[in-house]
Design a protein around this ligand. Structure first.
Ligand code: MG
Length: 382
């Protein structure tokens, strides 16, 4: 059997390191062709020396010297963000696992689609910012795009074997984050340390803050809209604090399917790599000899305005989701820099959406321009 040859973009991050754990569990199924990191050169060196890939890339040019000194594997070493395209288009790559953070992940996804590669996508912004372009490119390509996000993996797993016209709606679950029970008054005083402490999932700083504001759920609704070609009216968020059910699909006959399991990103990662098949995985299982409580609550859009802002941005269409995303990235960073308060995050996003209006057909150049303009505006706005 031939091995699936992987390029892991963002191999030193949370998703990247977990993907490599899967590769370690199945060395007969996967081969690492490329590993890339933004700045974590020490971990990248260790990974390259362990997996001996064809390519190793550090995005920050200044760290290239360290990379060359540390690597003793027979690997072609590259530096600079632009070289991600070189890796993605290499004929030895079957699957691009894109776990880059932010808008930086969009162009590599688009290139991988053009090259007809399979994409295991953990980079939300590819679909949030460039959903329309990605959606159109996929229709003109043999490329297959499989989500790694746990909710979208759950949706995909529920939808296997189901004709799309039988989908009535998708129910996307949300943990509600650490401030689920906070009053708006309490939210005013939320500190960086409190916001970085997520009850169920261990993730990077940006996504942890996004989970706490529930912007993460908003971004995921946009992702689901493009992935499954559904209007926002057919995607309903619900709070499920235990994070055991990862999403639900309700069908036109009134039946619903849910996908569940203990929160562990390795499950959606391996599924994205093996879909529609499955491989054994050493990961925690539900213990049904114990009592479990699975509860559900509606989303309070007053306390979590980010969800509504995201849903409205799909309705607005055009560049609105790109504005939402860029403004949110800036606002989260400003909160992490202790420059603004926690409740200012949605306010900055809202102001940015009102400031920049749509203009014509969405193109890559327009998205770049909007991204830049929004960041400048959101960095300065009070
Ligand atoms: Mg998720």
């Amino acid at each position: 059997m031939t091995k699936q040859r992987l390029a892991i973009l963002g191999s030193t991050g949370s998703i990247g390191t977990q993907a490599l754990e899967i590769v370690r569990q199945h060395p007969d199924k996967f081969e690492i062709v490329a590993l890339t990191a933004n700045t974590n050169v020490d971990l990248l060196i260790g990974q390259i020396n362990e997996f001996n890939p064809q390519f190793g890339l550090i995005c920050k040019d200044i760290l290239f010297k360290n990379l060359k000194e540390g690597v003793n594997a027979n690997t072609e070493l590259l530096s600079g963000f632009e070289e991600l395209t070189t890796i993605v288009s290499n004929p030895n790559v079957d699957t691009v696992l894109n776990s880059l953070v932010g808008f930086a992940g969009f162009l590599p996804t688009l290139e991988a689609i053009k090259q007809g590669k399979k994409i295991a996508l953990a980079n939300k912004e590819s679909l949030v910012v460039g959903g329309e372009i990605i959606f159109n490119a996929l229709h003109e390509s043999t490329s297959e795009l499989i989500p790694i996000d746990s909710e979208h993996s759950a949706m995909l797993q529920c939808l296997v074997g189901e004709p799309r016209e039988s989908i009535e709606k998708i129910v996307i679950t949300a943990s509600g984050g650490p401030f689920r029970t906070y009053s708006y008054e309490q939210m005013k005083n939320v500190t960086k340390a409190q916001a970085l402490n997520h009850p169920n999932w261990d993730m990077g700083a940006k996504i942890t803050i996004d989970s706490s504001t529930m912007m993460n759920k908003g971004l995921e609704i946009i992702e689901a809209h493009w992935l499954f070609d559904l209007p926002v009216s057919k995607i309903e968020p619900v709070i499920h604090p235990q994070s055991i059910i990862h999403s639900i699909v309700t069908f036109t006959d009134g039946s619903s399917k849910a996908q569940l399991g203990p929160p562990d990103m390795k499950v959606p990662i391996i599924y994205a790599l093996t879909y529609p098949d499955r491989l054994p995985l050493e990961t925690p299982r539900m213990d049904w000899s114990e009592t479990h409580e699975l509860t559900f609550e509606p989303v309070d859009y007053e306390r979590f305005p980010c969800v509504k802002l995201a849903m409205d941005s799909i309705e607005s269409g055009g560049v609105a989701p790109a504005v939402l995303n860029a403004a949110n990235e800036v606002a989260v960073q400003r909160f992490l820099d202790e420059e603004i308060s926690y409740i200012d995050i949605p306010k900055i996003v809202d102001k940015s959406l009102n400031n920049i209006t749509s203009r014509g057909e969405v193109s890559v150049d327009l998205l770049k321009q909007i991204d830049k303009e929004t960041r400048a505006y959101a960095s300065a706005v009070k």
